[in-house]
Design a protein around this ligand. Structure first.
Ligand code: HAM
Length: 429
């Protein structure tokens, strides 16, 4: 017997019972971004592999180990995007959107792909909402990005459960000087480092700061500090950001070990982290990448952005029980019709009501059924009211309106008055 087909490990279906929460989150974020003046951009899911190698960096975990790369029928090497920044930079360059110093404030949403070891909060296909801003190089825009995410956490009811960590990586020259000092120090204590850190010391030394290994962490206590190597420009920028966050009342901690896993960052980096999700605690992360556009072949153009993981935010809403009541109910009114003549009338009546109340969530019973079975379905739908249309109601051009959640007695309403009646009932319900 053939084995039944299954989804690929780490790539999940979002089932009908889960999609209302996803749509709620997506609509909250998109409305917020609209209100702050950000415009949506949509990029392809597949790009030339070269794009990610050049932007994310050849010796990052993502490029070395996690990309879904394949050859297409033309022999081109393509990759399912592991993140959105690279493609966004490619798109703005390709379409000249940043030419002449034009400011762009953009956002995107969609699936990303990384071949990581799946666990709670970490998947191989996951979804990000990302924001990228071009041609604004002051700390005011870094602050705006943080302020708007802070507002989002407030709107979602998860603000108390997330903490902001900040760091500055300085300009690429400052980082190179720091890297040299760090390598010198760590090389002098090579034997005390774990194996992975020894490897990273050669390929990507700043990532040693990220280590979870206790022995290596002990060695890092006396390591040179990035902040002592910051250039003046980056230091002033970082102070400007901190002053704005202080004024806005947004708490943060400086984490000198925050280096991020992608190579394109300079100056500000930040992460919103939580202790509510276990090991995968970063819900939103980003920073400045002032050299990236030039590195990708464009004119010098500053950039800053972030991306949040939708699955992790959904897990947060569930864990903290911040699921709004309005999304638990998907149906306002369920129309039951008994007999063929009543069914015909029900269709016309429901369309009329839909014309009058475009926001009403009206479900009409399909597949006929007895009184009992239709009521059961009405109740199960979660509707506030059942509408009843049988031969008697048909003859009198009325409909029975039966409250299903204990809001009073059943009433008989004329067809002409139904929309108005429902409008009042639903608002009150
Ligand atoms: P990232 O830190 O690689 O940054 O990912 C951003 C967020 O995506 C993470 O904080 C997490 O919430 C979510 N995420 C990442 N990997 C997974 C996974 N395997 N499963 C579930 N969620 C995941 C970037 O991608 C940058 N492009 C962010 C950025 C935009 N920086 C500047 N602009």
């Amino acid at each position: 017997m053939s084995k039944s087909l299954q989804a690929i490990r780490g790539m999940n279906d979002t089932l009908p019972e889960q999609t209302p929460l996803w749509r709620y989150l997506e609509s909250k974020v998109s409305r917020l971004l609209d209100n702050y003046g950000y415009k949506q951009i949509r990029m392809p899911i597949v790009e030339f592999t070269e794009l990610f190698k050049r932007s994310i960096g050849e010796v990052t975990d993502i490029v070395e180990k996690e990309m879904y790369t394949f050859e297409d029928r033309n022999g081109d090497s393509l990759t399912l995007r592991p993140e959105g920044t690279a493609a966004c930079v490619r798109a703005v360059l390709e379409h000249g959107l940043t030419g002449g110093g034009q400011v762009q404030k953009l956002w995107y949403i969609g699936p990303m792909f990384r071949h990581e070891r799946p666990q709670k909060g970490r998947y191989r296909q996951f979804h990000q909402i990302g924001v990228e801003v071009f041609n604004l190089d002051g700390p005011d825009i870094d602050a705006e990005l943080i302020v708007l995410t802070w507002r989002l956490w407030g709107e979602l009811g998860i603000r108390d459960a997330v903490k902001l960590e900040l760091n500055s990586l300085g300009t690429s020259e400052a980082r190179a000087r720091y890297r040299a000092a760090l390598v010198e120090y760590l090389s002098s204590r090579l034997g005390e480092l774990d194996e992975d850190s020894q490897r990273r010391l050669k390929s990507n030394p700043l990532r040693v700061l990220d280590t979870k290994n206790a022995d290596t962490q002990a060695v890092l206590v006396d390591a040179p500090k990035m902040v002592d190597y910051l250039d003046e420009e980056s230091r002033v920028h970082f102070e400007g950001l901190k002053a704005r966050l202080d004024t806005a009342g947004i708490p943060y901690t400086i984490n000198p070990k925050l280096v991020r896993g992608l190579d394109y960052y300079s100056k500000t980096v930040f992460e919103w982290v939580t202790d509510k999700l276990g090991a995968q605690g970063t819900v939103c992360a980003g920073g400045r990448y002032d050299g990236l556009v030039e590195q990708m072949g464009g004119k010098p153009t500053s950039g800053v952005g972030f991306a949040m993981g939708i699955e992790r935010l959904i897990l947060m809403l569930e864990t903290l029980e911040q699921i709004p009541e309005e999304i638990a109910r998907q149906v306002d009114v369920y129309l039951c019709a008994f007999g063929e003549a009543a069914e015909l009338a029900a269709l016309a009546l429901s369309e009329r009501v839909r014309d009058q109340l475009p926001n009403l969530r009206l479900q009409i019973n399909a597949g006929a059924g007895s009184f009992k079975s239709q009521f059961k379905k009405a109740d199960k739908s979660g509707a506030l009211y059942a509408l009843i249309l049988g031969d008697d109601e048909l003859a009198q051009q009325v409909v029975g309106v039966k409250p299903l959640r204990g809001q009073g007695e059943q009433q008989t309403i004329a067809w002409d008055a139904l929309a108005e009646h429902l409008a009042i009932c639903i608002v009150q319900g």
